[in-house]
Design a protein around this ligand. Structure first.
Ligand SMILES: Nc1nc2c(c(=O)[nH]1)N(C=O)[C@@H](CNc1ccc(C(=O)N[C@@H](CCC(=O)O)C(=O)O)cc1)CN2
Ligand SMILES: Nc1nc2c(ncn2[C@@H]2O[C@H](COP(=O)(O)OP(=O)(O)OP(=O)(O)O)[C@@H](O)[C@H]2O)c(=O)[nH]1
Ligand SMILES: [K+]
Ligand SMILES: [Mg+2]
Length: 461
């Protein structure tokens, strides 16, 4: 990792959302950050002020002498900054025109437009954070629930990084030890060495396994448990979405077929992060638009981690209900017998004959027994998964894929030793595992990977 802080040009970007707002921040990073800002700023000589101070003044177009905005400007000198480079943050009036004018002035005076994620990329290139921490910065920005933010914060603090560094160190120690033996074959400790190597490979492999086990939970916590609300028309699906989100985002009417397209909302139910998907009621229809909606509902079911299947308890079980019970049979599922206030033609016992899924009898309209539903969601979620308070979790596909690959190399080590393969060949697999773990943190990541990874970030981050 480069520790030379002067190798990059000076970049600029708007770091706050584009649109109307109270205040916007335009950020600069790089060797010339202070000099460029100083060309536009009237109020103090920014090249002379102490680091980490903020200054009141105006941004003036040096060509036209037009006063563009009244601002507060922070000067942050390397190395104690987000990027470890000199940085300037211009706090200007929110709004698309002013903010953009200031950015354009910076670009006209020597700065280059930053790529998405480039500030964070520099923090990585300059050694302040590793790739898992960079990814967590993005996860914090995108977090939809408190829990996903919590896990991302643990990752930002270096939880996963420490784990991976420890494993890499163990492999490195083993390799170093092994090299001594290759260099001094007269000791002929091959047997001892290979048994030692095998033991280490198995140990690290086990640690990787433990991390991989968290990937499913990590995915859910990061993205929310994909929860499809399913049922034939008018059973109360949209009413349930509105109840759980404490909002009335979904249109509810007594007309069957009100919801025509899937609708997604994030909500936390007893600490369980859900990505709720309200679907179009599934039934046979000739209506063209409704048909598409029904297809989307089927897709939502296919992709769901959890299905909330609603039945209208006040009416007899229909063929469509039976179809839906079949269609969702292999899913993690809660059956909701709704509209109990209108009577119970479908009983819990009847459904119990078909499935051992949790069955909750509710009136969503009268808000009856809703706590039981929330408890059922909580229990289902935490039954398979350990409590994740401050736990180190693998939260993305990139990390999980590399862990699996490293594990494979370690298995090759073990098999090679069992097959009495020459130690210098076994060592190649050991080195591969070490390299692959290094890709997770970025310590041995190829340039293309780094470029690709940061390009997914937001502009100005
Ligand atoms: N105005 C502003 N607010 C912001 C950010 C920012 O860049 N600008 N951040 C951007 O994401 C977040 C804060 N994250 C930051 C992380 C590290 C450093 C930093 O300067 N680190 C140095 C020195 C730390 C210290 O003084 O002890 C370091 O780690 O060496 C700054 C902000 C959220 N709020
Ligand atoms: N009596 C009674 N009515 C309910 C209950 N839950 C929902 N409703 C009513 O049933 C009607 C349909 O509710 P929706 O939430 O629109 O049903 P839906 O399943 O989303 O319907 P579609 O989107 O058309 O498939 C509305 O008039 C609701 O007020 C309940 O528990 N009891
Ligand atoms: K309806
Ligand atoms: Mg609906």
């Amino acid at each position: 990792m480069a520790q030379v802080l002067t190798q990059f040009d000076t970049i600029a970007a708007i770091s706050t959302p584009i649109g109307e707002g109270g205040i916007s921040i335009v950020r600069l990073s790089g060797e010339d950050a202070v000099a460029i800002a100083n060309k536009l700023f009237k109020g103090a000589d920014l090249t002379q002020v102490p680091s980490h101070t903020i200054h009141y003044g105006h941004i003036v177009d040096p060509k036209t002498k037009d006063v563009v905005d009244e601002t507060m400007v922070s000067v942050l000198r390397a190395p104690k900054t987000f990027t470890r480079e000199d940085m300037v943050e211009i706090n200007c009036h929110g709004g698309m025109i002013v903010t953009n004018d200031i950015l354009q002035l910076l670009l006209a005076n020597g700065a280059r437009m930053a790529d998405p994620g480039e500030f964070t990329k520099r923090a990585f290139m300059n050694g302040r954070i590793d790739l898992t921490q960079a990814e967590s910065v993005m996860d914090i920005v995108r977090a939809k629930t408190d829990k996903s933010r919590q896990v991302a914060m643990t990752q930002l603090a270096g939880g996963l990084l420490d784990k991976i560094r420890t494993m890499r160190q163990e492999l490195l120690d083993t390799m170093a030890h092994e090299e001594v033996n290759i260099d001094y074959p007269e000791y002929d400790m091959d047997d001892l060495t290979s048994q030692e190597m095998k033991k280490k490979a198995e140990e690290v492999s086990k640690q990787i396994d433990q991390l991989l086990k968290t990937a499913q939970e990590g995915k859910i916590i990061r993205n929310g448990l994909a929860t499809a609300i399913v049922g034939r028309p008018n059973v109360g699906k949209s009413s349930l979405l509105n109840y759980l989100t404490q909002d009335d985002k979904a249109i509810v009417t007594d007309i069957a077929g009100t919801t025509r397209d899937t609708l997604e909302e994030y909500v936390s139910v007893k600490g369980v992060p859900l990505k709720l998907i309200d679907t179009a009621g599934i039934h046979h229809t000739e209506d063209k638009v409704e048909k598409i909606g029904v297809e989307r509902s089927k897709k939502a079911i296919a992709e769901a981690d959890l299905v909330l299947l609603l039945l209208d308890a006040s009416q007899d079980l229909t063929d469509e209900d039976k179809n839906l019970l079949n269609l969702t049979a292999n899913k993690k599922r809660i059956i909701i017998l709704n509209k109990q206030d209108l009577g119970t033609k479908i009983s819990q016992e009847m459904i119990r004959e078909i499935t051992d899924n949790p069955i909750i009898v509710t009136s969503i309209l009268k808000q009856e027994n809703m706590a039981a539903l929330e408890n059922a969601i909580e229990q289902l979620f935490f039954s398979g998964i350990e409590n994740s308070q401050n736990q180190i979790l693998v939260t993305n596909q990139r990390q999980a894929g590399l862990l699996a690959k490293a594990k494979q190399s370690l298995e090759d080590v073990v098999n090679g030793i069992d097959d009495a393969m020459p130690l210098d060949l076994v060592q190649i697999d050991l080195k591969n595992a070490w390299d692959t773990l290094g890709e997770i943190t970025g310590e041995s990541a190829p340039d293309e990977l780094i470029t690709q990874l940061f390009s997914q970030f937001c502009l100005g981050k």
